[in-house]
Write a protein that binds this ligand. Structure first.
Ligand code: AMP
Length: 553
């Protein structure tokens, strides 16, 4: 096994993976490379091939945008930003631009020296540095000693996507091949460990079967798809299904064992300290079952009365939670799923069983720890009335769930459908921005947005453009962000393509077929409902959701 692997070898493997379109070949090439690495480099390489700078469970980010990378490249090569710009347009990839420019500026004499360990240290330093200036200085010093090929992959990695046709699933596949382990075991371990790097190391040590779900290691959350209308629900659900209120709060996973309670947010950050009043009620669960993992929602509520989400937002902005704040904005935990209990992993069990066990643990419907009531329905006839009743209780709408469904971490399927408003909504990502008009002429306020081609295929397809719905303060902050994360500028910066990271929830009057956008659809009268900072581009809606909305008129 090699010592201190070089980024150069990683990059060469990546080039070979990119050169073939055959998945099997990609997995074989990657598997052979991974087998050669020592444990630490194996973990690093597996993460980097999956396009991840850190383990997924690790909340750190480097927040390096394409413009700071471009500035560093310009500093290292002496090529002006104006010289670089057309290359981004032509090559469409910041890594390719770095490669081309560094080669032209005759740096062939450099020997590859950067190791994967140094790459890791660079990434972690970048996550600690504040301010564009500091980040640029560090990047400049690294790019100055990078070969063209090293720079290409550093840049790609820092932008979070190698673009070599590898997804996390295929990296799992390569690990399975390299260490002769069933793919299902690798995928399951990765999900539970939240780290493809550690998964690879454990696969090599043949330790995967011993990884059972562990407390205090959050799992990804199962997601829901918006129902187009009631008929969509009737078509999708079996004869009998569950109907629950959809609570407007913060999704949270509670891990409980005797003497310890932890709450994790959707981004897998621990948020326990923000909600001190939930600890004691959750701790009582440990007297009923040995260990417990609950999925649910933290909702502002005073007794039985659900308070508006804006109340909770007041609390989120604060660093410390004062007694006064606790009194002014009390929260409760509403449990709707049980993922683990008394040493037994439940995610592969049907929801019906998980609910039955949950109902034994949490019975109260009005306390600080409460149960989300699930009613069994066998027709959509009552759903209109149920929707109004849920709204009357201060909730957002309804969740409809298939009792047979297993819990699928990180997946947005049709086994959970959400019915939010009388109108449908889509979660989309901003791909291009434009300056506005009138008093918004100094702001990048017009947004073109996209959905994913499918759950499996992350290609982004534009579906519409929206001008309204955000506050001026939000627009000002976003304008700055978009300037920092511009991919290409047109019309002197009045139009920009941007890194697809800003997620919006949009509504519209109708979805129509249209040739205007690549998706083949356009939204009529789109409006932005809110920014979804809690979501990533992997969690936005797909073309399939758009198609259904179009079919339903
Ligand atoms: P959305 O965030 O609009 O995609 O809707 C899905 C979210 O609804 C989930 O991530 C949960 O945070 C939330 N939610 C509220 N009530 C429920 C419920 N009863 N079951 C599942 N998810 C719920």
């Amino acid at each position: 096994m090699g010592k201190d692997s070089l980024l150069h070898n990683f990059a060469e493997t990546a080039e070979r993976v990119a050169a073939t379109t055959k998945k099997l070949e990609k997995a074989a090439l990657l598997g052979a490379y991974l087998r050669e690495q020592n444990d630490e480099d194996l973990a690093r390489a597996a993460r980097y091939f999956a396009g991840q700078q850190f383990a997924l469970k690790d909340a750190r980010t480097t927040n390096v945008g394409s413009s700071v990378l471009r500035d560093a490249l310009s500093e290292v090569t002496g090529a002006s930003v104006e010289e670089l710009r057309p290359r981004y347009v032509r090559l469409g990839d910041a890594g390719e631009v770095a490669y081309e420019v560094l080669r032209e500026y005759k740096r062939e004499a450099l020997q590859p020296t950067i190791t994967l360990a140094e790459t890791e240290s660079l990434i972690s330093q970048l996550s600690e540095l504040r301010g564009t200036k500091n980040k640029r200085a560090l990047l400049t010093s690294v790019l100055a000693r990078a070969t063209a090929l090293e720079a290409k992959y550093l840049v790609k990695l820092l932008l979070g996507d190698l673009r070599i046709g590898l997804k996390e699933g295929l990296v799992e596949d390569s690990i399975a091949r390299a260490f002769e382990t069933p793919l299902a075991e690798v995928a399951q371990a990765n999900m539970m460990l939240g780290d493809i790097g550690e998964t690879a190391v454990r696969a090599r040590r043949a330790e995967l079967h011993s990884i059972s779900m562990r407390l205090f290691r959050p799992l990804k959350f199962m997601l829901a798809t918006a129902a187009a209308d009631l008929d969509d629900i009737a078509r999708t659900m079996p004869a009998e299904f569950y109907v629950e209120d959809k609570f407007d709060g913060i999704r949270a996973q509670a891990h409980v064992e005797a003497g310890r309670v932890a709450l994790y947010s959707r981004t897998m950050d621990e948020v326990t300290h923000r909600f001190p009043e939930l600890e004691a009620p959750l701790a009582t669960l440990a007297t009923l079952a040995a260990d417990v993992i609950l999925d649910g929602e933290i909702v502002p509520a005073r007794g039985p009365e659900i308070l508006p989400f804006t109340e909770l937002q007041k609390r989120l902005g604060r660093k410390t939670v004062s007694e006064e704040l606790l009194r002014a904005t009390p929260v409760v935990f509403i449990a709707y799923d049980l993922l683990y209990a008394s040493g037994r992993m439940l995610i592969d069990e049907p929801l019906e069983l998980r609910r039955r066990l949950l109902e034994e643990l949490v019975t109260d419907e009005e306390g600080t720890l409460r149960l989300s009531r699930a009613r069994r329905a066998d027709s959509i006839a009552t759903l209109d009335a149920e929707f109004d009743a849920a709204r009357g209780r201060g909730n957002e709408g309804l969740m409809i769930k298939d009792p047979r469904s297993s819990y699928k971490p990180g997946r947005r399927g049709r086994e959970w459908l959400k019915l939010k408003r009388a109108i449908a909504t889509l979660d989309v990502v901003v791909t291009a921005v434009e300056v506005g008009h009138g008093k918004r002429r100094h702001l990048l306020s017009d947004y073109t947005f996209a959905v994913r081609r499918s759950e499996e295929d992350p290609e982004l397809l534009n579906v519409g453009k929206a001008y309204s719905g955000l506050t001026d303060a939000e627009l000002a902050e976003l304008t700055e962000w978009f300037r920092q994360h511009t991919l290409q500028e047109f019309a002197h910066g009045r139009v920009r393509t941007v890194e697809p990271q800003i997620i919006l929830e949009v509504t519209f009057d109708r979805v129509q077929e249209s040739k205007r956008h690549k998706s083949g659809y356009a939204l009529r009268f789109p409006r932005i409902l809110r920014l979804r900072e809690d979501k990533t581009v992997a969690e936005i809606d797909t073309l399939e959701a758009v198609r259904r909305l179009a079919e339903n008129g």
